[in-house]
Design a protein around this ligand. Structure first.
Ligand SMILES: [Mg+2]
Length: 335
């Protein structure tokens, strides 16, 4: 039984967004906010002014460094995904609630030519894509009397509260010491599997975050905690009528898996099953290198470090020996 705790922790360090990258993404977000505010000042001076609120993985410390991919011209792209909510807040009767399409359109226009690339109109947001591959999603909200609604282009106005979600997660984290790391590992797993097979379309980071939180298993090392949590997610989803993922916050009781096609569902269950089986296989392997290769080749890619070409048994013997040596009491002075 090779415990890959050291390897998992190294992997987590590798995939975790570091402070300098975080700062540069924040700077990019700040510039975009400035541009949008300016556009409204110049073009819609009598309309509600937009306010902004960060949301998503950035607020939960679960953003991961994406696997670097090349575009057609051979440029390296890092596809970081940021979410920045745009809020139109009703204050008095001069304020007009615009239609969903109008606000989407204005945000689209406000971000036009910001990066030299066209913004993308999506159903739940306007996406601004940058030359180095990262993008900022701008979901649009309207707030009146404390109620927040998301401007959803196909479903209409949907009651929603992104802050509530990240606060829910950050609260759960307090009693689940390895949850953050497990979510990052799951997101890095999704990234690797989808890079190898672009048809996979695994659940979003948001959905994986809910699954990991609800099925979290505590353990005293990350290897075991990750494996046991994956096993618990797999067991839960394969239960009769168990393929569900409820949003824990407003609009609660919404099953975010509801609109999954049969193909998407079985793709996810099969890919998850393969992750679970490899985690078990690696844990049953006594050689660290071989155990790490199982996860590296099929689940996480080369960002997962190679273990030493040593057996667990050998290691524990030598550990015992060194502990034994340390326990020999030094002779007092004078002898
Ligand atoms: Mg996004």
């Amino acid at each position: 039984m090779a415990v890959l705790n050291k390897e998992y922790n190294k992997f987590d360090k590798e995939i975790k967004l570091n402070d300098s990258r975080k700062e540069s993404l924040k700077k990019s977000r700040k510039e975009l906010r400035k541009k949008i505010k300016k556009w409204f000042k110049e073009n819609k001076p009598n309309e509600i002014k937009p306010k902004f609120g960060s949301q998503g993985s950035f607020e939960m410390n679960t953003t991961v460094n994406p696997i670097v991919v090349k575009d057609d011209e051979g440029n390296s792209l890092k596809k970081y995904d940021l979410d920045d909510g745009v809020y139109f807040i009703y204050k008095n009767e001069e304020d007009t609630k615009q239609s969903i399409n109008t606000w989407h359109d204005w945000i689209f226009k406000a971000t036009e030519n910001h990066t030299g690339k066209d913004s993308i109109r999506k159903t739940t947001c306007v996406r601004v894509v940058f030359a180095n591959g990262h993008h900022i999603d701008l979901p649009i909200y309207y707030k009146e009397d404390g109620v927040i609604e998301l401007a959803h282009k196909s479903k209409g106005w949907l009651e929603s509260d992104p802050k509530e979600f990240y606060e829910w997660f950050n609260d759960k984290k307090k009693t689940r010491s390895r949850l953050e790391a497990i979510v990052r590992c799951l997101k890095a797993w999704k990234n690797f599997r989808e890079t190898n097979n672009t048809n996979l379309n695994l659940p979003s980071g948001f959905e994986l975050t809910i699954l990991a939180t609800n099925n979290y298993v505590e353990a005293d090392n990350l290897d075991e905690a990750f494996r046991e949590t994956v096993k618990a997610i797999d067991a839960e989803l394969n239960r009769y009528n168990g393929f569900k993922c409820y949003r824990p916050t407003t609009p609660s009781n919404e099953d975010v898996f509801e609109n999954y096609s049969e193909t998407r569902k079985s793709n996810f269950l099969n890919t998850l099953r393969s992750l679970k089986n490899d985690c078990i296989k690696a844990s049953e392997e006594s050689n660290f290198k071989i155990a790490s290769e199982i996860l590296r080749n099929n689940q996480f890619g080369i960002r997962f470090p190679l273990g030493e070409d040593k057996d667990e048994k050998f290691k524990s013997n030598s550990l015992k020996k060194s502990l034994g040596a340390a326990m020999v009491k030094p002779k007092p002075y004078g002898y």
